[in-house]
Design a protein around this ligand. Structure first.
Ligand SMILES: CC(C)(COP(=O)(O)OP(=O)(O)OC[C@H]1O[C@@H](n2cnc3c(N)ncnc32)[C@H](O)[C@@H]1OP(=O)(O)O)[C@@H](O)C(=O)NCCC(=O)NCCS
Length: 176
């Protein structure tokens, strides 16, 4: 049975919560997603689900952010959160969700994608953002931000700090 990637619909909202609550062991990510859905800039076509045999098994969200530097404000997308139900891991749902997000972003002319994440993201070409001078707002937390340039050299000269939609505020102290 093939895994299908599609945009979320309201009927998916509860299972999306459950996927993230199970994966992360708390409800911070599902609360973040619900809060982001109420913000003006929310784009449901950047909230993707992985469906297997009619069941939603994974979810990824991309939100619009900026990197603020003395030279100006640089648009980017942040990938957060991503999760797949434990029972359905290592079936490539995670890879398909990230790959489809990258494809859509490129198609729309986006230039940079950021993620707080582990080595899983290296397979897509993400590298450490701080090496390009892009930093998280909370420097005390160390640097885990990874960057994917969607167009060649997109981050050249973009040196600054990530600015998030307001819904990220509760998570910024903790993670971001
Ligand atoms: C990360 C996650 C979304 C991957 O989903 P998935 O559907 O299993 O992904 P895929 O099947 O495409 O890929 C699985 C690969 O990811 C690797 N992987 C999973 N978590 C990883 C981690 N923390 N660090 C490095 N690699 C990781 C697996 O080892 C596996 O490797 P393989 O391809 O060599 O076998 C899933 O493990 C998950 O939900 N994890 C908990 C939530 C999480 O960490 N989200 C990302 C936060 S930044």
């Amino acid at each position: 049975m093939a895994i299908i990637i599609r945009s979320e619909i309201p009927e998916d909202f509860d299972i999306i919560d459950r996927i993230h609550d199970e994966a992360f062991g708390h409800d911070w990510e599902s609360k973040l997603i619900r809060a982001l859905r109420t913000e003006a800039g929310y784009d449901p076509t950047l909230s993707l689900v992985a469906e297997l045999d009619g069941m939603v098994i994974g979810h990824i969200l991309f939100s619009r952010i900026t990197v603020e530097s003395p030279a100006g404000s640089h648009p980017a997308l942040i990938l957060a959160p991503l999760a797949v139900f434990k029972e359905y891991r290592s079936m490539k749902a995670g890879t398909l969700l990230v790959s489809e997000g990258i494809r859509i972003a490129k198609e729309r002319g986006e230039t940079m994608m950021l993620v707080y994440g582990h080595r899983f993201y290296e397979r897509f070409g993400f590298t450490m953002a701080h090496e390009k001078g892009i930093f998280r707002p909370n420097p005390m937390k160390g640097e885990f931000v990874r960057l994917l340039e969607l167009t060649e050299g997109a981050a050249n000269g973009v040196m600054g700090v990530i600015k998030y939609p307001v819904s990220f505020k509760p998570l910024i102290e903790q993670w971001y």
